[in-house]
Design a protein around this ligand. Structure first.
Ligand code: G3P
Ligand code: CA
Length: 297
């Protein structure tokens, strides 16, 4: 079976928690990222957007409607507005996160994740509400910096064209402040920046040549069929559908010198496909289950 494959070192495949451990906890909350770290994830994925007053926050959608009890576009809200919202309760029952929907009572499991005193009081002594509040990128960087082991970060810029470079500018400033813009000599970078926009990645590379960039692909454009990506891009980020339809693409990307980070890999068959193809990272909502499937916990 694939577990015995002599060519594949299962430890070499990075397990990246997509929006945190987002199957178990509300995506992009401190609770979801703490859970991912406890589960043993190698890296954390997050999407970033700018608030009206210029703070980078971790929110996937353009609007806050799906993942909070508020309404409106992130770009139209100030950080203080976002802080007054609850980004946790929508996940009380799976699949009930609807715009302006009724608040539901969180399940016991979720309550324990959101409860600051549960399980790991030594690792969190902050304000309990913080676990389900909007997460700033700054707070996430703090979490990563304070974690005892190496945890990497994959940061995705969303709608970068709308802000004409401001997302990247803020991102670079923040990484610089945390000493994460330039890796220690001889060390691989702890952070990488991902985007569907090659323009956004170019801006990042202009700020730091050592920050690896990931070119995300929903489908393969004709000019990328041979495995070559926009100049300067180190890592390819194909969606799993691309590999289901065209498994040979991983080899072409590798031959062109790219590492391959695949999203979003939740199904066991897809994990197995990724192992067989020798991808470098899987980005998943279920880091615990994927690590178990890889025999790592
Ligand atoms: O990790 C890449 C993946 O997150 C891209 O899609 O929509 O989940 O941000 P999306
Ligand atoms: Ca993303």
């Amino acid at each position: 079976g694939w577990h015995d494959s002599p060519v594949t070192d299962l430890r070499a495949i990075q397990v990246v928690a997509h929006r945190g451990a987002s199957e178990d906890a509300p995506e992009h909350t401190l609770a979801a990222y703490r859970k991912a770290i406890e589960d043993g994830a190698d890296a954390l994925e997050c999407d970033v957007r700018l608030t009206a007053d210029g703070t980078l926050v971790c929110v996937h959608d353009r609007r806050v409607n799906r993942t909070s009890n508020g309404r409106g576009a992130v770009s139209a809200l100030e950080l203080a507005d976002l802080r007054s919202l609850d980004f946790g309760s929508w996940k009380a029952e799976p699949g009930t996160g609807r715009a302006g929907g009724t608040r539901r009572r969180p399940s016991a499991e979720l309550r324990s994740l959101l409860d600051a005193d549960a399980e790991a009081p030594d690792r969190f002594d902050g304000d309990p509400d913080e676990l389900s509040r909007v997460l700033t990128l700054e707070r996430l960087l703090e979490l990563v910096a304070d974690t005892g082991r190496r945890v990497e970060l994959a940061i995705e810029t969303k709608h970068p064209t709308r802000w004409a470079g401001q997302v990247e500018e803020r991102l670079v400033e923040l990484l610089d402040r945390f000493g994460m813009l330039w890796p220690e000599p001889g060390e691989p970078s702890r952070v990488r920046v991902m985007s569907f926009s090659s323009r956004s990645l170019r801006r990042i590379r202009m700020a730091s040549r050592e920050l690896p960039t990931v070119f995300l692909m929903q489908y393969v454009l004709p000019r990328h069929r041979d495995g070559r990506l926009p100049a300067g891009v180190a890592i390819a980020g194909p969606g799993i559908r691309i590999l289901r339809a065209n498994p040979g693409y991983v080899e072409r990307l590798h031959e062109a010198g790219h590492r391959v980070h695949v999203w979003t890999v939740n199904e066991p068959e897809d994990v197995e496909l990724c192992v067989r193809l020798g991808v470098d990272a899987v980005i998943t909502n279920r880091p615990r289950q994927v690590l178990a499937q890889l025999g790592r916990c």
